[in-house]
Design a protein around this ligand. Structure first.
Ligand code: HPA
Ligand code: ZN
Length: 339
């Protein structure tokens, strides 16, 4: 790739909409926190940890991801985890970030909700103040657990309605279709939350239909398998439902065999409302700019494609129309000055 395009990608203002904060846990910080908390990890070095990040599918990754999160015990741990991501985001010219967290991952091992939430929230507020970023929090339900288990933690969501804007659905997709969470999504919609759900990452196009028709989501996480169904593509294009695509995640979890076969360019060409995101950057080999760079290189994306993706990232976000306009005008300005 030429240097000019690389700089263009690295510096264009962007939003990140699909990021699991537990997935931004770099091995170096994992060792540091494990040590200060007197927690054992099953690896002897940072290199050994990185070598273990060779996944053959989503479940393979999730097993390691949940184990890694196991050393996080105190509010400061969650603060440090979130702060480390925010520094990377700033360096990647992320002006707005919507961050997912998995309360059940921590509650189920005895860590209190407020320990988790306050650490994450305080880091986000500090980034807003120090970096001028804007942020949102997505409270994600683990789909391998029951809907009842989801309702058991619903009170935490309501208690923090002034601080949490959205819900999500993540973890093991196949065998856990969106329809399993119909009642919780109905409730969250009535309560005014913005709705997102992972669908069509490993699961079939049918799961994307369910996310639209049964959960009534505002945005789809991943959505790759939508391309298997022309009628679904038509629907997504017509309604301009955003997909938060994560190229390096797709490569590492073998949703695509080769980055050259990644469908992002096809998605753009079909008129799908796509955005580029990092998902779990510590595990998948890169932050948001690395994701843009990898597809730009592999799929020969143009400056216009990158401009469109950056603009989409703000347009697909859960912020006010006014703020969207402000951010889009920054992207426009950058594009004009650099084309
Ligand atoms: N897919 C599903 N669940 C997840 C992921 C993912 O990529 N990352 C963290 N939880
Ligand atoms: Zn994800």
């Amino acid at each position: 790739m030429n240097d000019e395009l690389k700089k263009f990608i690295e510096n264009i203002p962007k939003a990140e909409l699909h990021l699991h904060i537990e997935g931004s846990f770099e091995p170096e910080l994992m060792f540091e926190i494990a040590k200060r908390n007197n927690q054992q990890i099953k690896y002897n070095s940072v290199e050994e940890v990185r070598e273990a990040y060779n996944f053959s599918n989503l479940q393979d990754f999730l097993d390691i991801y949940y184990a890694g999160a196991g050393v996080l015990l105190y509010e400061q741990d969650f603060y440090d985890l979130t702060w480390a991501y925010l520094e990377k985001a700033k360096a990647n010219k992320v002006l707005h970030a919507e961050i997912m967290f998995d309360p059940q991952t921590h509650l189920d091992r005895g860590v209190e909700f407020n320990t988790v939430f306050n650490g994450i929230y305080n880091a986000l507020k500090d980034a807003e103040e120090k970096f001028g970023m804007t942020t949102k929090i997505i409270f994600s339900f683990l789909r391998h657990l029951s809907e009842e288990a989801g309702f058991e933690i619903y009170e935490y969501l309501l208690d923090n309605k002034d601080k949490i804007d959205a819900i999500g659905l993540d973890s093991s997709e196949i065998g856990n279709p969106p329809s399993k969470f119909e009642r919780i999504y109905k409730r969250a919609k009535a309560d005014g939350f913005f709705l997102t759900a992972h669908a069509g990452e490993e699961g079939p196009a049918e799961y994307v239909w369910e996310a639209l028709d049964i959960l009534h989501v505002d945005r789809i996480d991943h959505g790759n398998h939508s391309l298997d169904d022309e009628k679904l593509v038509e629907r997504l294009v017509k309604e301009q439902i955003a997909l938060t695509v994560c190229p390096l995640s797709n490569l590492k979890l073998r949703v695509v065999k080769d980055i050259k076969q990644h469908p992002l360019k096809t998605m753009l060409d079909k008129g799908l409302f796509v955005t580029v995101n990092s998902d779990d950057p510590a595990y998948f080999g890169g932050y948001v700019n690395d994701n843009y760079l990898s597809v730009a290189e592999a799929l020969d994306l143009s400056k216009e494609d990158i401009y469109k993706l950056a603009k989409n990232s703000f347009l697909a976000s859960n912020i006010s129309e006014e703020l969207k306009e402000k951010y889009v005008s920054l992207v426009d300005e950058f594009y004009r000055a650099n084309s």
